[in-house]
Design a protein. Structure first.
Length: 232
């Protein structure tokens, strides 16, 4: 009996370890897709969990890129049945000047300060804003994946790991909302560059009057190395 218990324990532990090692496979697939086309990040379909498809509209009408097009008249809209709880959208985090970070400097500077702004809901009009769901609560996760940048290709060199998580609350407002986080990259890596991805996961919504679709019109995210004044 004791041998059976030990065997079951080892089996369950192995399964748990397998699950942990594969938890972020979807992030790795998304990052591989990001680097697979030129210009990089084109048609980054794996960076969101779903997209609403609607009759008489193009297939990309509510695509994830609509949340990053500097246009408040467009929106990413999740595409599952119900209010979109646990649906997510991801974005690559770089500097304000679109430069990638490097491990050494982020360690020397005590991390990276990330600035996030969100125009929540369908902001094309007050009417559409109220008719559709808006995000009420979301989980923010940042992933660090080491990459090796070559002359002709960029390759992933290790598994993604979560380096920061937080829960944020949104006001039920059509106005832009701002957030800030301090994140730290892994410090045991032999490669120069982290590919940092932010994931916004819908946890709760403000219900729309007419439609059970959750929308985000615009997301902007960038980071900068933490200065001495911020870290002290």
């Amino acid at each position: 009996m004791k041998k059976q218990v030990i065997f079951i324990f080892i089996l369950l532990k192995s399964i748990c370890l397998f699950c942990e090692e594969n938890d972020y496979a979807f992030v790795k697939k998304a990052i591989n897709q990001f680097w697979s086309t030129l210009p990089y990040g084109t048609n980054w379909t794996l960076s969101c969990s779903s997209v609403l498809k609607e009759k008489n509209k193009t297939s990309d009408f509510y695509d994830r890129d609509k949340a990053f097009d500097n246009n408040l008249e467009t929106a990413w809209v999740e595409g599952v049945s119900g209010s979109g709880i646990n649906e997510y959208i991801m974005e690559y985090v770089c500097t304000k000047d679109s430069e990638n970070f490097n491990y050494q400097e982020s360690i020397e500077k005590d991390g990276i300060q990330v600035f996030l702004s969100v125009n929540n809901g369908y902001c094309k009009s007050e009417n559409l804003f109220l008719k559709n769901n808006r995000v009420k609560k979301a989980k923010i996760a940042f992933y660090d994946t080491p990459i090796s940048v070559g002359q002709n290709s960029t390759k992933i060199k290790d598994e993604p790991i979560i380096i920061y998580e937080n829960i944020i609350d949104f006001k039920d407002s059509i106005d832009k909302q701002n957030f800030s986080f301090i994140i730290n990259t892994r410090d045991d890596n032999i490669y120069s560059s982290p590919f940092i991805v932010m994931q916004l996961i819908i946890l709760d919504v403000y219900p729309g009057t007419d439609y059970d679709d959750t929308c985000i019109s615009e997301i902007k995210v960038y980071g900068e190395y933490v200065s001495d004044s911020v870290s002290n």
